[in-house]
Design a protein around this ligand. Structure first.
Ligand SMILES: NC(=O)C1=CN([C@@H]2O[C@H](COP(=O)(O)OP(=O)(O)OC[C@H]3O[C@@H](n4cnc5c(N)ncnc54)[C@H](O)[C@@H]3O)[C@@H](O)[C@H]2O)C=CC1
Ligand SMILES: O=C(O)[C@@H]1CCC=N1
Length: 279
């Protein structure tokens, strides 16, 4: 696994344009992170057919909204955050913004480096973030094409790191499983909160109380996992008194079939879908 090369001043020292295509949930979260980390808003341009009030308001700070190719300046990095299904159409319109020195950082699920090179050109970094990026607690996995320079990789690293931590891999084929585990992963955790609440209601709790208990339990356990040095299995064992209530519940969850089987099937389905999106 390659080490990160960005440092604290990487975003502040950017001289070209960072062009974001698609300022929806993920693109918008990344943009917020860049500006919070000191990227000059005048270095940022956004291509977005449906501008939200929040993104529109950034124009007052100097962010260029839907600039044409000539007014966008020299695009140092194009960040593509549109839906993969729209990429062929959107990418063709983005290509004129890409010049010899442009790096193209894509966060689209499934879309391969080869497709990105075909449609947009440029030096491609394929990345997979997740929605905790919105609070600076995302995790992103990135893989660079062989023509990405050290400097381009450092800028990509800084742009991705503005929303959380970054892991670089050398093998692009890992990205489908990465997408299944960490890209989609927050949804599984939110589902856990939903189902824990539902089961609490089933067990007789008032809905408001069950919902609050489930939400705070998932959030608190997540924060403990984040802050603790202990393995998740140890944290689990620390809750589990021999012959107690947790052991009774875990006998169900860890039974056969249990959560393990369900999770393997879920991750396999997401991995398969990521591969399909490449086509
Ligand atoms: N939502 C998530 O948890 C994650 C999403 N991703 C990837 O991020 C990408 C964006 O996903 P979301 O932010 O969830 O979707 P979104 O629907 O919130 O954002 C996509 C944005 O692209 C805009 N758009 C549509 N056509 C465009 C065009 N031709 N040019 C520029 N912008 C255009 C849309 O108006 C929208 O604002 C997808 O490729 C997805 O695979 C990656 C990791 C996690
Ligand atoms: O569901 C999706 O396809 C995107 C990629 C990872 C999370 N959301």
């Amino acid at each position: 696994m390659a080490t990160a090369m960005a440092n604290d001043s990487t975003l502040k020292n950017i001289t070209g344009t960072i062009l974001l295509a698609g300022a929806g949930k993920m693109g918008g979260a990344m943009l917020t992170g860049w500006l919070a980390q000191g990227l000059d808003p005048r270095r940022v341009a956004v291509i977005e057919p449906h501008l939200s009030p929040e993104i529109s308001a950034l124009a007052a700070k100097g962010v260029a909204l839907n600039p044409d190719v000539t007014s966008a300046g020299t695009v140092e990095t194009l960040v593509v955050a549109v839906k993969p299904q729209l990429f062929r159409e959107a990418g063709a319109k983005l290509k004129p913004y890409v010049s010899a020195g442009t790096s193209v950082v894509s966060i689209m699920a499934g879309t391969t480096i080869t497709s990105l090179q075909e449609v947009c050109g440029g030096a491609v970094v394929r990345a997979m973030p997740n929605t905790p990026a919105a609070i600076g607690r995302g995790i992103t996995v990135a893989v660079a094409a062989s023509n990405v320079s050290d400097k381009q990789r450092a800028v990509a690293d800084a742009l991705l790191r503005a929303t959380g931590s970054v892991e670089w891999v050398d093998d692009e084929s890992l990205m489908d499983a990465v997408t299944a585990v960490s890209g989609s992963g927050p949804a599984y955790v939110f589902l856990l909160a939903e189902e824990l609440a539902r089961a609490g209601i089933e067990a007789g709790l008032p809905e408001v109380l069950a919902t609050r208990l489930a939400r705070e339990t998932v959030a608190g356990a997540g924060e403990l996992l984040h802050r603790s040095e202990l393995a998740s299995s140890t944290l689990r064992q620390n809750v589990t008194s021999p012959g107690g209530t947790t052991a009774a519940a875990l006998a169900v969850l860890m039974g056969d079939p249990g959560l393990r089987d369900l999770m393997i099937r879920a991750i396999a389905a997401a991995t398969k879908r990521s591969k399909e999106l490449a086509k």
